[in-house]
Design a protein around this ligand. Structure first.
Ligand code: AP5
Length: 212
């Protein structure tokens, strides 16, 4: 089964993806993680993407769609979670074309619903390892030792785009470009709205109950 997770910044897409990988053995494709890895390796895609990400804006569709196509080819045969892609209606249309091309389908499109006030709190308090693999929250999921990863012992960092002024731009980009996807997937008949508030394990149970 292939699914996608969408919702505003901080809705818990990455957190739920990790739980799905751990408990359901699914393969995780996060366009945000792919861009951050490309930025770290200073590839031409990374250099292009960095300008947009640091400003809280969306990376152009042309760059993003090609990157996802490579992942669909690489992971063919696995159950895939698309996290943070598509994020615009043109991306959703491009995804449908890719799904046709590779004879794949998205069984369910999960929209994680979280009130805006909580999003700001989640994002400003997020801390992570430099590779983004271990994610914490100063209040909701603090590490045992302040500023240090429980798993690897590395220092925790704050994402550049998790500063309050950049978050405001990301939320605006979400409202303008991503929120219309709710209507898109509703019309397509595979939208599932999930309440994203509560313990991560409770949100996970809500998602897992739909994966039958
Ligand atoms: P991306 O990395 O995808 O960022 P995002 O969509 O803004 O989402 P986040 O990663 O910030 O949040 P999340 O929903 O994963 O929340 P998380 O689980 O970490 O994209 C970054 C940038 O890349 C974009 O701004 C754009 O520039 C570019 N980009 C990416 N994809 C693109 C695309 N398709 N097209 C164009 N540009 C693209 O949780 C957040 C915090 O809350 C954590 O600290 C966590 O511990 C905590 N938390 C999570 N769940 C709960 C809970 N249930 N209760 C309490 N705390 C919780």
């Amino acid at each position: 089964m292939n699914i996608l997770l969408f919702g505003p910044p901080g809705a818990g897409k990455g957190t739920q993806s990790s739980l799905l990988v751990e408990n359901k053995g699914m393969a995780h494709v996060s366009t945000g993680d792919l861009f951050r890895a490309a930025i770290k390796s200073e590839t031409s895609l990374g250099i292009e993407a960095k300008k947009y990400i640091d400003a809280g804006e969306l990376v152009p569709d042309s760059v993003t769609v090609g990157m996802v196509e490579e992942e669909l080819i690489r992971l063919k045969g696995k159950d895939i979670i698309l996290d943070g892609f598509p994020r615009t209606v043109p991306q959703a249309e491009a995804l449908n074309a890719l799904l046709d091309k590779y004879e794949l389908k998205i069984d369910k499109a999960f929209f994680l619903e979280v009130p805006e006030k909580l999003l700001m709190k989640r994002l400003t308090g997020r801390r992570m390892t430099a590779d983004g693999k271990n994610v914490y929250h100063l209040e909701f999921n603090p590490p045992q030792q302040e500023g240090v990863c429980d798993v690897t012992g590395e220092p925790l960092i704050q994402r550049k785009d998790d500063r309050e002024e950049v978050i405001a731009t990301r939320l605006k980009a979400y409202e303008e470009s991503t929120s219309p996807l709710k209507e898109f997937y509703k019309n397509q008949g595979n939208l599932v709205v999930v309440e994203g508030v509560g313990e991560p394990s409770d949100v996970f149970d809500r998602i897992a109950s739909e994966l039958v």
